[in-house]
Ligand binder design. Structure first.
Ligand SMILES: NC(=O)c1ccc[n+]([C@@H]2O[C@H](COP(=O)([O-])OP(=O)(O)OC[C@H]3O[C@@H](n4cnc5c(N)ncnc54)[C@H](O)[C@@H]3O)[C@@H](O)[C@H]2O)c1
Length: 322
């Protein structure tokens, strides 16, 4: 009987923020691998249609519409992935109190869910935003943090709380500092990522904004690579209490280059040319980061992470499925 229980919970993931962009993609990934997924989301910015589709497609998907703060159901699982958050830097400047409430005050109730569920692996979605600007240098996990936005501060506060919590807990805590995640199923949002925002406007022949003539640098991670990494972390036999990991590819991509690939992919798939005169140049806002390149040696060494999707393939796939 003890074994049955172990088997049941081992291949179970509890995902908070499951109706969000990363949550929907990740839930589908684990469900396809026969995991049982418990999803929690209050739909404050989540996608109801995405959840409906998952419920129809997978009988192993159990969804709870709830604030994480109010969630009291008895569920058991070995792994909890905490994604629920106010995830926009821009919005955190407009409404700092909301971000503090949503991102910082929700961590304790999520840790309570994890404790009640007897979770072994706790994975937290942090962000490369905690580093601020380090110029064109590759940032590693030891690099100084320099949060420039309320959003980044909220992520750092949670990292500190998790590090303290790990000292008195048996859970293995992985703090994942995501760089720019792209690709896969999209989610409609006012604060969309650059690929969603640009694609939508380019296809409709509308103006797009390019900051500092496209010299802004990002490190893009395809959602499929991210999902594979989650699995590697969950099944990893490595023993640790609390570790921080950059989730990046270590590639410096100028946004002008990203736009060039995107335009060529749209031209190929939609057979229409976008006039470059529609690109509006603006200065990068003060709470945004100009350069962000992550050193990923730690995830490569710990989990044998290897990116499988090149930027060109990732963008082409995104446009084909758009
Ligand atoms: N997408 C990226 O490139 C990126 C980069 C760095 C970090 N992150 C982090 O990864 C996580 C997931 O990102 P995303 O892009 O999927 O964000 P998202 O905004 O699409 O999803 C967040 C989800 O959390 C839900 N939610 C928020 N507060 C909740 C609460 N109190 N109770 C229940 N549900 C709640 C929302 O309804 C939404 O469905 C976030 O924590 C984000 O900060 C994302």
């Amino acid at each position: 009987m003890a074994n049955t229980y172990k088997l049941k919970t081992k291949n179970t993931c509890i995902i908070t923020g499951v109706a969000g962009y990363i949550g929907l993609n990740l839930a589908e990934f684990f469900l396809k691998q026969d995991y049982k997924v418990y999803g929690i989301d209050n739909f404050c910015s989540g996608d109801r249609k995405g959840i409906k589709k998952l419920k129809i497609k997978f009988k192993n998907f159990i969804f709870f519409e709830s604030d994480v703060e109010k969630f009291k159901k008895k569920i058991y699982g070995n792994n909890l992935i905490h994604l629920a958050a106010q995830s926009s830097v821009q919005r955190s400047s407009l409404n700092p109190i909301e971000t503090i409430k949503m991102n910082i005050l929700s961590l304790k109730p999520v840790l309570d869910i994890a404790t009640r569920a007897k979770v072994r692996n706790f994975l937290f979605a942090s962000s490369s935003a905690v580093y601020g600007d380090h110029g064109k240098k590759r940032i590693n996990e030891q690099s100084k943090t320099n949060a420039k936005s309320i959003y980044a501060i909220s992520k750092l506060a949670n990292e500190i709380k998790l590090s303290l919590f790990s000292k008195k807990s048996k859970m293995k805590i992985s703090i994942l500092r995501f760089f720019n995640v792209y690709g896969g199923q999209k989610k409609k949002s006012k604060y969309s990522s650059v690929i969603n925002l640009w694609t939508k406007r380019i296809i409709r022949n509308r103006k797009i904004i390019l900051h500092d003539k496209g010299t802004v640098i990002r490190d893009f991670v395809h959602i499929d690579d991210l999902c594979n990494l989650f699995k590697k972390i969950i099944v990893s036999p490595k023993i640790y209490k609390c570790e921080i990991f950059n989730v990046s590819n270590g590639l410096a991509i100028k946004l002008s280059y990203f736009l060039k690939i995107l335009l060529s992919s749209i031209e190929k798939n939609y057979e229409k040319k976008y006039s470059l005169s529609k690109i509006v140049n603006k200065k990068t806002p003060s709470d945004a980061i100009r350069f962000s390149i992550g050193d990923n040696k730690k995830i490569v060494n710990f989990f044998k992470y290897k990116s499988k999707i090149t930027l060109k393939n990732g963008i082409n796939q995104f446009i084909r499925d758009y």
